[in-house]
Design a protein around this ligand. Structure first.
Ligand SMILES: NC(=O)c1ccc[n+]([C@@H]2O[C@H](COP(=O)([O-])OP(=O)(O)OC[C@H]3O[C@@H](n4cnc5c(N)ncnc54)[C@H](O)[C@@H]3O)[C@@H](O)[C@H]2O)c1
Length: 327
């Protein structure tokens, strides 16, 4: 049995990871400040399982760590302020919370005798500056040089906070002997991801109207179902050779246009729709697709869930909740 800490454990990715780890028989502590809202049925059901514990605490407060155990085998650091709305309206909070949380967590991880891996969750957004200024190879490998978008723009704060987090991994990791792996997540979707993403937005729109406006219809995204992202992450955390590595997590086999994504949602909902192409969203990359050959080589795992199957599984969760959309 492993003892595992998941920061941001009450969030979308964190809860899915916790569920899998508890099913495998491990002990899982979820640390979260509940910024996403009250405990919902999914979280309560998870906490009813043996060996699950919720620690309500804010990672920006060093006192949050005082009562924590020091004998974790694995730490998944998922807590962060994310999302376009936060980034545009509260860029100061994105910088503060993400930077201070990362520093505090690495301070906490110093000298932990049993710790085999601290997994840091980074993002595909980290490639946005390189794409804008220099262009990117697609699918994109991890070792392209990184660049920033406009330093004055609020949008830059999120990617900058993740670059800073990656730098902390390398430099605290090396200096203090903290074993780490950096995962750059690309377009992960699934149940309980909130309502601020294209998939649940389309569930809402298509359930209400047969005429659907589609912005950036030809832009493509590689859509990775949450179960595949969890599999890749857990395997990377345990793969000896993934120590000290940066790894893309995503599903290039399911790279689809936004139009095809919308049509797939309509198919799953059994609705005939008329799609109306709209202008491209400013700042939206025409194509985003990870090269995952490194993580596949290290873990032997390739994502399996195709888009239609993933949308079906996601809709099974959302269909009972469309009348009361929340964050
Ligand atoms: N979902 C994706 O497709 C995706 C893509 C790229 C990167 N990521 C990264 O993966 C991680 C998890 O993403 P998610 O989609 O599950 O996000 P999420 O918002 O659902 O979960 C983040 C959790 O962190 C918690 N949190 C925020 N600030 C905190 C603090 N100061 N102290 C303690 N807890 C705090 C929130 O309450 C929330 O439950 C994030 O770091 C995100 O940047 C996700």
């Amino acid at each position: 049995m492993e003892k595992i800490l998941i920061t941001g454990g009450a969030g979308f990715v964190g809860l899915a990871m916790a569920r899998r780890l508890l099913d495998e028989g491990h002990q899982v502590d979820l640390l979260d400040n509940m910024a996403r809202g009250q405990a919902d049925q999914d979280l309560l059901a998870l906490l009813a399982k043996p060996r699950a514990r919720l620690i309500e605490a804010d990672l920006t407060d060093p006192r949050a760590f005082l009562g924590l155990d020091k004998d974790y085998d694995l730490i998944f650091h998922l807590a962060a302020v994310i999302g376009v709305r936060n980034v545009m309206n509260h860029p100061d909070k994105v910088l503060y919370v993400n930077a201070i949380s990362n520093l505090n967590l690495f301070e906490f991880a110093k000298g932990m005798p049993r710790l085999r891996r601290l997994v840091f969750s980074s993002t595909s957004e980290i490639y946005a500056g390189t794409l804008h200024h220099h262009g990117l190879p697609l699918p994109t490998p991890e070792d392209v040089p990184l660049a920033l978008l406009d330093i004055q723009s609020p949008r830059t704060t999120y990617m900058l906070s993740k670059m800073y987090g990656e730098s902390i991994c390398f430099n605290y990791g090396r200096t203090h002997g903290i074993p780490f792996t950096i995962l750059r997540f690309h377009n992960v979707y699934g149940p309980r991801m909130g309502f601020q993403h294209v998939v649940p937005e389309m569930f809402l729109k298509i359930a209400r109207d047969s005429r659907v406006e589609v912005a950036s219809p030809t832009h493509t995204r590689a859509m990775c179902y949450i179960d595949d992202a969890v599999d890749m992450s857990l395997r990377a955390a345990r793969a000896q050779e993934a120590q000290g590595q940066v790894l893309n997590v995503g599903n290039p086999d399911q790279e689809v246009s936004i139009l095809r994504l919308v049509e797939t949602v309509a198919k799953v909902l059994g609705r005939d729709i008329e799609t109306v192409p709209m202008p491209d969203t400013p700042g939206s990359p025409a194509r985003r697709c990870p090269d995952i050959s490194r993580i596949v080589a290290l873990t032997g795992f390739r994502p399996r869930v195709d888009l239609e199957q993933g949308i079906r599984l996601t809709y099974d969760w959302y269909k009972h909740r469309l009348d009361k959309p929340h964050e």
